[in-house]
Ligand binder design. Sequence first.
Ligand code: GAP
Length: 462
Amino acid sequence: MKNITLEELVSYLKDVGFVYQGSEIYGGLSNTWDFGPLGVELKNNIKQAWWQKFVRESKENVGLDSAILMNKEVWVATGHIASFSDPLIDCRRCKARFRADKLVEDFSNGTVEADGMSNDELYNYLVDNKVKCPTCGATDFTPIRKFNLMFKTFQGVLEDAKSEVYLRPETAQGIFVNFKNVLRTTRKKLPFGIAQVGKSFRNEITPGNFVFRTREFEQMELEFFCKPGTELEWFNYWRKYCFDFLVSLGVKPENLRMRDHSQEELAFYSNATTDIEFLFPWGFGELWGIASRTDYDLKSHQNHSKENLEYLDPETNTKYLPYVVEPSVGVERMLLSVLFSAYDEEEVGTEDKKDVRKVLHLIPRLAPYKVAVLPLIKKVHGDKAQEIYTELSKHFSCVYDDTANIGKRYRREDQIGTPYCICVDDETLTNNTVTIRDRDTMQQVTLKLDEVVSWVENKLLF
Ligand code: GAP
């Protein structure tokens, strides 16, 4: 198994068409990335797989797609306007800017949990330990200021306080403000969940590590509403469900760990939180946060909006605010962990003619193209291959390639993760059969043409 570095992965993804630098022809816009023809397919497949498991196959859950722009009062209610901020610190000598909590964590090699520390505690730690500016080495920092992470803009033609709106920093609040609507229109009973996938925006002070931390990203969030007192049971249920889902996508369990938040680290409204972390090349990093959030969000919206958001329990005939368990994950972080898990460089060939093939062992369901249709000889088999490509494309994403020799074309498909290559040859013309080559085993099977669709569809189940 090749342990690819981040730099190698970025260069490979750019070469084959997964991810490009954003606004590249204008010199780029730092920390923005565009998903190319393969990247958009992979991203869509990840979102669809999540939707399948968290909405369609979870009988308690339903979906939602709420607006990105919301009434400013939503963010007043949740405390985002007052305190969704990072501790910003400047180096007086070189003017470089940092997150003070990151400086503490990096200096202590992760042994100090800076998340729960106040600004004074962070500042004192930096001074007491003579922490140096990572850019110029000075030990002369400004005091820490709160930097709000929400992007602010204006709705309509006037740019005044009344028309201020924010790009949402999480999709979750769109779910909470629709709790009553969903309850009324679905007639759901507790426990039930509302799931949503969509863009979120945070003006991060230190974005980086490619798509791991960006200012524009996508989240897949579930808010699972349950009866108070049952929340820890559901918390454990979703914690395991998320872990198993990652493994089913091909992420190796040995590269995952569950990090439970300590009492000091827990947000004041949470009675349990676990981060599922993935071993990225730079170390373990948060992939998926699962939090038991009590009734904090519904209560905040109820108090601020003056709308009653209580649930009438038909069993006890009592009214209460449900508790919430929230598994929240970034699409791009999941994509990164899937790619790091799938990429390999393997020695192939014979003793006297050794070769290395780049291969992406994506599970078939996530592969950008499920099938490559390859005529053995373009002039002889091209028309039939085009016909097969047209038919198969109605069922799953396919690619057609008639350039270079068949061996080179197999390699090309291996490195972008296409699990099945169909070779169209003389047998196809005379017997209506094709050979299908498996990316991982490189073995071939022969099938009747009319068996191909169901054969491939079977492989796409997971
Ligand atoms: N509603 C809860 C919430 O948003 P979070 O821990 O701030 O919680 C959840 O974010 C997930 O979203 C993270 O675990 C991560 O996968 C992803 N995420 C957060 N900030 C991100 C960023 N700047 N870039 C990429 N992904 C991010």
